[in-house]
Write a protein that binds this ligand. Structure first.
Ligand SMILES: NC(=O)c1ccc[n+]([C@@H]2O[C@H](COP(=O)([O-])OP(=O)(O)OC[C@H]3O[C@@H](n4cnc5c(N)ncnc54)[C@H](OP(=O)(O)O)[C@@H]3O)[C@@H](O)[C@H]2O)c1
Length: 376
């Protein structure tokens, strides 16, 4: 019998401890490598040589899960990944995830969105750039608000049957859309959704209201994106008013008018960064490591999609799961970053239950709810 030889000296044990993705048989490392920064087209990414070094180190350390998209850096991100495996081999050991939805041919209405025509077009183009004949996990990149859900799910189910994709996931969708997709999949015998990809970090916790409970209930995993708030939680920026000053992506993107990025620069977020800096000093760890350790252990999270443009950043981030968060420090991060309690979730708080409003004074709630992390 042939034995698999592995270089264990450079392995990071906490990274090479694989998780199942949703209710599936797919094993992924708890930190995925985000490759939106592969390519310099957007002004804040890495050239090919650096991207390949990052990829090599991630795989060597025991990571197996790569996240890209057809729209990243105009297709360069996928090309870099394809070139790497064409040269180095090992493609079958990697779990390669890519996405469709973003229009890549201006002026062509069917070269974007989630209709069948675009899904097939996008997948063929991704396979060519990735130099492979299958994608391990195919993500709907974002809800287009138009295409019937049945068309999306049936198309993806057919692609699994055709052997072109192994699993499917939904990124940036409303929770109701995922819940309907999963419930219909169970009833219709379609392929189930194995994961949701959503923004999640100490700065952005809104998915705790609907998406995480839905994922836990319906057997999908969460794979957070921008776990460092595009680098804000690395602690390397100083503030000037509400904007960020220093070397890195944030100064390059701020003021660019993208609402998803402009929302970072608030008083509240800078206060969260201040708390994170205090906690990381106390723990003698970098702020990035503490922020990643926090998100990677949240309920429902199977694999956190990290980003890095430098080898030193990647190396530090890959050790994030070695960081333990003692209760006192976890409570401070919780207090600083807890999302506002709004209707109707305010009714599901413990005070209502322990106050006897629903229970009549009896103890009927065996477990604290997932959205009260301080009680965990
Ligand atoms: N589905 C979606 O809609 C969606 C959206 C966004 C991202 N994503 C996925 O999520 C991945 C990660 O997103 P992201 O890059 O925004 O993640 P992030 O973790 O929030 O930001 C990563 C950036 O922070 C800086 N950084 C990282 N580690 C650092 C460290 N230790 N010290 C100092 N700076 C550090 C680097 O930027 P600089 O070196 O430039 O400062 C790095 O590129 C993407 O690659 C993509 O795969 C998905």
């Amino acid at each position: 019998m042939a034995h698999m030889t592995t270089n264990t000296t450079k392995r990071i044990d906490s990274l090479a401890r694989y998780h199942l993705l949703g209710r599936s048989g797919l094993r992924v490392s708890p930190l995925a490598l985000g490759t939106m920064t592969f390519g310099t087209e957007w002004g804040w990414g890495s050239p090919k040589e650096t991207a390949h070094r990052l990829l090599a180190r991630y795989l060597e350390a025991g990571g197996n899960f790569l996240d890209t998209a057809d729209g990243y850096t105009g297709g360069t991100s996928e090309e870099f990944i394809g070139d790497y495996f064409a040269k180095q081999g090992g493609r079958d050991s990697a779990v390669i995830a890519t996405k469709f939805t973003i229009n890549t041919i201006p002026g062509d209405p069917n070269a974007g969105g989630n209709g069948r025509k675009n899904i097939h077009r996008a997948l063929e183009a991704s396979l060519r750039r990735l130099k492979t004949d299958y994608v391990d996990l195919y993500w709907l990149h974002a809800w287009d608000g138009i295409t019937p859900l049945e068309e999306v799910m049936q198309t993806l189910t057919d692609l699994v049957s055709a052997g072109k994709i192994r699993y499917l996931g939904l990124s940036d969708v409303p929770a109701w859309y995922f819940a309907r997709a999963q419930t219909l999949a169970e009833r219709q015998g379609w392929e189930r959704v194995v994961a949701l990809q959503l923004e999640y970090s100490l700065l952005e916790r809104n998915i705790e209201r609907e998406h995480i409970p839905a994922a836990l209930e319906l057997g999908a995993s969460i794979t957070p994106w921008s776990p460092l708030g595009s680098g804000m939680l690395s602690g390397k920026y100083t503030r000037e008013g509400l904007t960020a000053k220093g070397e890195g992506r944030l100064p390059a993107i701020q003021g660019g008018g993208n609402p998803g990025l402009e929302k970072l620069f608030t008083e509240r977020n800078w206060r969260i960064v201040d708390t994170l800096l205090e906690v990381s000093r106390e723990l003698d760890r970098s702020p990035a490591q503490v922020a990643l350790a926090w998100v990677a252990r949240r309920p429902g999270v199977a694999s956190t999609i990290i980003g890095a443009t430098k080898l030193e950043q990647l190396e530090a981030n890959l050790h994030a799961l070695d960081v333990e968060l003692p209760p006192a420090q976890a409570a401070r991060l919780e207090a600083a970053s807890r999302p506002e309690l709004v209707h109707p979730y305010i009714f599901f708080e413990d005070t209502f239950y322990s106050g006897g409003m629903f229970s009549g004074g009896t103890s009927i709630r065996a477990e604290p709810t997932w959205f009260r992390p301080a009680a965990r």
